[in-house]
Ligand binder design. Sequence first.
Ligand SMILES: Nc1ncnc2c1ncn2[C@@H]1O[C@H](COP(=O)(O)OP(=O)(O)O)[C@@H](O)[C@H]1O
Ligand SMILES: C[C@@](O)(CCOP(=O)(O)O)CC(=O)O
Length: 364
Amino acid sequence: MKVRVPGKVILFGEHSVVYGKKAIAASIDELAVTAEIKSSTNEKISSIALENFGASYEIANSQLLDKMPSDISLVDCHPQNHILESIYEYATETNIIASVPLICILYIYIFMVVETKKFIPFDLIVSSTIPMGAGLGSSASFSVAIASIFIKYFMNPEIDRHQDLTDRWAFTLEKIIHGNPSGVDNKIVHYGGLLSYVKQRSEVSFQPPEWFHSLKFVLVDTMIPRDTKKMVNNVSIKFQRRPKLLGDSFKKMDEISNKFEQFLKIFKCEKMAFSAISNLFSKNQHHLKVLGVSHPVIEKVITISKKHGHQAKLTGGGGGGFLVVLINPNVDEKDEVYFYKELTLNGFKYYNVKLGGKGLQFEE
Ligand SMILES: Nc1ncnc2c1ncn2[C@@H]1O[C@H](COP(=O)(O)OP(=O)(O)O)[C@@H](O)[C@H]1O
Ligand SMILES: C[C@@](O)(CCOP(=O)(O)O)CC(=O)O
């Protein structure tokens, strides 16, 4: 059994979403996490290969026995510290590389064993084309891939509560990786298309209008490493110091997300939509700068993009990581090449992508 889960970009509302404002996210067609699971050839040992980390593990069922609480249920999914601590000891003894994803996998496996009342050894391979730790939602795609493949593989596939269980488990695994995520990332990569998301209040997953698929987007890697958790924390500190300033920006970002939703209904082709959406990109980026999550290199990519007629904004946690560039459909394709040349000359990596395609997909 195989599963493919795409990456994501936040088009509007990163950070403000943490404060209850609306965010708009889109799945990325070209980048994805894939996971494949098979029954193990050895009836007592499971194997896990995390290809992006060059890490593989063999886990004997006997090693997990003493970590097996009896009083847990699959529907009771939130990170439980006492179970996590015992797995953490095991995972860090085994290999410090990739201890967090390994913990996620063992955590859900333990729940599967308790639920099904049997050890079913497996061989699991996880690989991904989504650059990690850069704002494209690799942790969410990983979490949805693991949650969905384990639930489908170990449980009765007829159970129709799978979608909901997968959502809740993916969010649990995201929390193990991230601490306190808003939830927007795992929803968009699960369902694909576009997502309008307000934390704990509303989420509408929808297919974009046809013209949206004709818009060209470029994801530019600043190659500056950053940490989402730290960026979210920095914003929280700044919000305590400057509540009015940041509060206003959060409100404006909410309005931007609402405007974008209206534009999707009003416009009929990508050429008409470009300047309106590009204006929203620019405004959203301004507010992200006010929050303090931009970076000189992010600003540099925006300047280069503008010079060639395109509009860019950071996407995700910021402080480095990726930008999403909206390509001007009125610029000739041969002139577009000069933009890519300039990005490359400046040492940036870029990916041409389409947004808003399929979410999670299984292959038997
Ligand atoms: N292909 C993968 N294999 C194993 N773990 C992964 C994979 N992709 C993501 N992860 C997990 O997600 C973490 C990256 O998440 P994070 O720093 O939040 O960045 P992002 O913005 O890409 O989600 C990794 O350190 C790892 O724990
Ligand atoms: C900054 C934030 O809004 C998005 C973070 O995205 P990423 O993890 O950098 O891909 C945080 C969140 O929504 O939990």
